[in-house]
Design a protein around this ligand. Structure first.
Ligand SMILES: [Zn+2]
Length: 341
């Protein structure tokens, strides 16, 4: 089985975007705030996926996607916590409907109703609802709800602890994932995403967070940002700061995905980061669109790169494609085992 641990619903029906535009207009002019949730039929949801995720799953030979709302659309910096909560609930419900219509193709991960300056503890209710009512297996955790201004304490600060306590209790994993940048210096997917991945890792190696939460699990997406390329720098910085070796410090808790859109990058990732810490992912559809003229295949067809790694053993390949996802998302493993029984 091939499990893609990082997919977003980026082909949502237009009604969702219309709702959001009105909701954003309502931040300045409350009269514009939509009173009802967007009306979207099951057929609209099917249509939105048949020519996108489902077609690509079939074409590329992947089986299952851990699926969450569009990350750049989370927009935690827009409006207040109430706006963020309503938007998160609507996006999460839509993911739940996708997963209910296609239980063999998708399992859900939720968007959290974060808001700049507001304690992450306020996200516990929505996380718990999504896990207990919808069967979701994780959340996307935004380390910078300000959208590129980094006004929030680091992920290792006690500010975040109540949310981590709930994650541990529910046995769910967070992908550390920012949303759109509203800082013109940072392009959203080209700079802000990669900066955040790198920043989160540096925060984690400087702290004892995983002593306080030995079973807490994070996935750092986009191949870990700059981390694998600069693994020596980070190991050296850890040593300089008298931090324990990575095996003790982070490697039981922190995982990297394979959303790196060229073969040399995947070669580097899989040579540098232990295979036990790498999960297959593509972030399809749309983080980087289109065909790479050098290969003739889509940039985000990441399975092809892994298939080309001759130095991986069959067991290593299984870990990247399936085994590690089962280990990191234990609720997913339970679901798959139940379906197979
Ligand atoms: Zn993403």
């Amino acid at each position: 089985m091939i499990i893609d641990c990082h997919g977003h619903y980026t082909t949502e029906p237009k009604e969702l975007h219309d709702f959001r535009q009105r909701q954003i207009a309502g931040v300045k002019d409350p009269a514009q705030t939509p009173s009802a949730a967007p009306k979207i039929s099951d057929d609209q949801i099917r249509d939105s996926l048949e020519n996108a995720q489902l077609k690509l799953q079939r074409q590329r030979g992947t089986d299952f996607t851990i699926f969450s709302p569009r990350a750049s659309g989370m927009g935690h910096h827009i409006g207040d916590a109430g706006v963020s909560l309503r938007w998160s609930q609507i996006c999460n419900e839509l993911i739940h409907r996708v997963c209910t219509l296609y239980p063999k193709n998708f399992i859900g991960v939720c968007q959290l109703p974060q808001s700049p300056g507001v304690e992450p503890a306020t996200c516990i209710g929505e996380l718990e609802r999504c896990v207990k009512e919808y069967g979701f297996v994780g959340c996307n955790l935004n380390p910078d709800p300000s959208g590129g201004y980094w006004t929030t304490p680091p992920l290792t600060d006690r500010w975040w602890y109540p949310l981590y306590e709930k994650m541990v209790e529910l046995d769910v994993t967070a992908m550390i994932h920012v949303s759109a940048s509203c800082n013109p210096a940072f392009h959203t997917t080209g700079a802000h995403y990669i900066n955040a991945d790198t920043t989160a890792f540096m925060q984690l190696i400087m702290s004892d967070l995983f002593k306080d939460f030995p079973t807490l699990k994070f996935v750092i997406p986009h191949g870990g940002g700059a981390v694998p390329f600069h693994w020596g720098r980070y190991r050296g910085l850890a040593l300089n700061n008298k931090r324990p070796p990575f095996e003790e410090l982070v490697l039981k808790n922190v995982y990297f995905d394979t959303c790196v859109y060229h073969l040399p990058g995947i070669e580097l990732l899989t040579k540098v980061v232990p295979v036990d810490n790498i999960l297959f992912a593509s972030e399809m559809v749309g983080a980087v669109k289109g065909i790479d003229p050098q290969t003739g295949f889509d940039f985000d067809d990441t399975k092809r790169y892994i298939d080309q790694l001759s130095f991986l053993s069959e067991n290593d390949r299984w870990k990247i494609f399936e085994g590690n996802a089962r280990k990191v998302y234990s609720r997913l493993a339970a679901r798959l085992d139940k379906a197979a029984a």
